[in-house]
Design a protein. Structure first.
Length: 247
């Protein structure tokens, strides 16, 4: 069965990475929830997609240049005054559920990694005894490896940008993953087809998809039988998958 990951808590259904989104995701029959983590200036771990506040909040500027006391007063757009959440708070939403956390280790401006960020995220998960309930992901292979080194027994996934897939070629992407002992690739849904899925699996790697945000993309990835895909419309995904089950 293909697993479904509620991307940013279902970003086309509810305000992304909000408490509302995560608490509604808990009510869905999904296997995973995806969210993103940045560091604050004073070392807290905050759940937010962008490295800046501008798009989704009533504030502006880089997250990493603010202390948590400042960020706690920032309000998320399209909510009834909700604030951003700390990683600890999201953990507690999902701890009582069977849903796995799919944590993307974010970078700062210009995709520059935050020093020691992967290790700090892993340490927080270990302290809260949630490593075995977590999948660590990043678009940067070095970050994936740093997470894997610190986060055993958490699983890890290398998310591959379409430009990198084109520039390197699938064979070299697979070779790099195998050389680094990365067990799974995540490719953009429109860069996946049956031949690619078969090639990745023949190499002994798992295969997932991302950006599956409409009915056609969801149907195609279910047809391909990928291991997992992330979607901003988890409601559509679970409904389509249910209709395909016998009985």
């Amino acid at each position: 069965m293909t697993d479904i990951a509620s991307h940013r808590g279902g970003a086309l259904l509810w305000p992304e990475n909000s408490r509302t989104a995560f608490e509604n995701t808990v009510k869905l029959p999904v296997e995973q929830v995806e969210f993103d983590v940045h560091p604050t200036r004073d070392g807290k771990l905050v759940v937010h997609h962008d490295d800046t506040l501008d798009r989704t909040t009533d504030a502006s500027g880089p997250i990493a240049q603010r202390d948590w006391a400042e960020l706690a007063r920032v309000k998320l757009k399209n909510t009834d005054g909700e604030r951003m959440l700390l990683l600890d708070e999201v953990i507690e939403i999902f701890r009582p559920t069977p849903i796995l956390m799919r944590v993307e280790i974010k970078a700062g401006p210009d995709r520059t990694p935050y020093p020691g960020h992967a290790a700090k995220v892993a340490a927080a998960l270990r302290e809260r005894k949630m490593l075995d309930r977590t999948i660590m992901t990043s678009f940067q292979l070095d970050t994936v490896l740093a997470a894997a080194a610190e986060a055993r027994p958490a699983k890890h996934v290398w998310l591959v940008l379409p430009t990198l897939q084109v520039d390197l070629g699938l064979a070299r992407v697979i070779a790099a993953a195998k050389a680094a002992n990365v067990p799974m690739l995540g490719l953009r849904q429109n860069a996946l087809d049956a031949d690619i899925v078969a090639t990745v699996r023949a190499a002994g790697l798992g295969i997932g998809g991302w950006a599956c945000n409409d009915a056609d993309a969801i149907a195609r990835l279910l047809d391909l039988g990928v291991d997992v895909f992330t979607t901003d419309r988890p409601d559509l995904a679970v409904a389509q998958r249910a209709r395909r089950r016998p009985g």
